[in-house]
Ligand binder design. Structure first.
Ligand code: ZN
Length: 399
């Protein structure tokens, strides 16, 4: 492609200029390469002109000639290679072809290196979750239990627990068919009721699962409570709390621990126990807990429609909260009332699972007088409110 440009900004080294670079202009014309500067002018014949790339990233084009061994002219303007003189002169045409090949190879190397870097980063990124999961599964169950118990101790300081033996017994009776299908070999599951009016529940690593009294009293059936429990128990069995901590420690910690000494992790974990109480699970963890929870219900022959209808209650609750706090975040939403993924999205996913489920009916009735359980629970709440129990700091708004 011929270009109209005939002269190029250039620099030169010439013995006459001393040992320094002189700035000027290079012109290709009349069979000569001419360098013009304030210091004067000199010219090479185009025939037998040597052309090479040099400088950082081969940015410069050097012109030299065997007849003038100590002289060199260079330009950063690579358009010089498009000059018509290169087409007319066979030595120049060969030199240019050689340069083009070299540039092509250099470009391929750059692209190759970039692809390698991108590939490596992507590979490490993709491998991160499986690595975190693999690492979590290596953590001894006792550590996880200790971690969860440490965190739960803090919960019991800040929140009021309903510890009435009869209520506790009924809750365990309610959960029994579900617990029967959840793998029990790793964790000692412990169910707690927290006196709090909100529709919430949460699980800690190692088996502590807490349900708010508000959730138990709002539910219309034992199946609704069991739906929530299935979700929370899945957070435990899928090690979401532990995996969240490991993830927050960063990839470097994961890799070094994974390939190094796992016991160093024990201390780090217990130090991170408070983190569990403010931790928000990722969308993926929430989806996984919904799905695994559904599977547990299915295996226990418990009607998973309870889970869906409870989500509907939550959706209405969220709307109310949004009205109360327009534009505001639903702060301090412990686990179950999680805003990501959205409640309608979670319901839709469960409806899909239900549609594909081989078990659409023939569910087992829960062996519990649910209304009596709620009544007993409510009685314990009013008992504590009337001051028959030692008063602790209230963390919820009055009902
Ligand atoms: Zn959850």
């Amino acid at each position: 492609m011929p270009v109209s440009i005939n002269s190029f900004e250039a620099g030169a080294f010439h013995p006459d200029y001393g040992n320094r670079r002189v700035a000027g202009t290079l012109t290709l014309d009349g069979g000569m390469a001419t360098f013009t500067s304030d210091e004067g002018l000199f010219a090479f014949p185009l025939t037998d002109l040597q052309i090479n790339l040099g400088g950082a990233s081969d940015r410069l084009v050097f012109f030299e000639h065997a007849n003038f061994p100590k002289v060199s002219v260079f330009t950063t303007d690579q358009r010089v290679l498009e000059h018509p003189a290169f087409a007319q002169n066979s030595t120049l045409a060969r030199a240019r072809a050689r340069i083009r090949r070299r540039q092509f190879v250099a470009r391929c190397v750059t692209v190759g290196i970039l692809a390698l870097i991108v590939g490596t980063v992507a590979g490490v990124w993709l491998a991160k979750d499986p690595m975190v999961k693999a690492l979590a599964s290596q953590v001894p169950a006792e550590w996880e239990v200790k971690l969860g118990d440490t965190a739960f101790q803090q919960v019991s300081v800040r929140h009021k627990l309903i510890t009435d033996a009869a209520v506790q017994k009924q809750l365990e009776q309610l959960a029994q068919p579900l617990l029967a299908v959840v793998p029990q070999d790793r964790y000692p599951f412990k169910l707690h009721i927290i006196e709090d009016a909100s529709l919430n529940a949460f699980a800690l690593p190692g088996g502590n699962v807490a349900i708010h009294s508000g959730l138990l009293l709002t539910a219309d059936s034992p199946e609704e409570v069991l739906g929530v429990l299935g979700h929370e128990l899945s957070h435990v069995t899928k090690q979401h709390g532990l995996r969240g901590i490991v993830q927050s420690l960063g990839l470097y910690a994961v890799v070094t621990t994974f390939f190094g000494d796992v016991s160093g992790l024990a201390a780090i974990l217990v130090n991170n126990a408070p983190f569990l109480l403010t931790q928000k699970f990722s969308r993926d963890f929430e989806r996984e807990a919904d799905e695994q929870g559904f599977r547990y219900l299915e295996a226990a022959k418990l009607d998973p429609r309870g889970m869906i209808s409870f989500f509907e209650k939550m959706r209405r609750e969220e709307e109310k909260l949004r009205e109360k706090l327009p534009g505001g975040d639903m702060l301090d939403t412990l686990d179950f009332l999680s805003t990501h993924p959205t409640t309608p999205e979670r319901m839709a996913r469960l409806e899909q699972l239900l549609a594909k489920s081989p078990r659409k009916d023939g569910f087992t009735k829960v062996d519990l007088d649910f209304k009596a359980f709620q009544k007993a629970l409510r009685a314990k709440l009013s008992q504590s409110e009337s001051g028959q129990r030692p008063e602790k700091k209230k963390t919820k708004p009055a009902e």
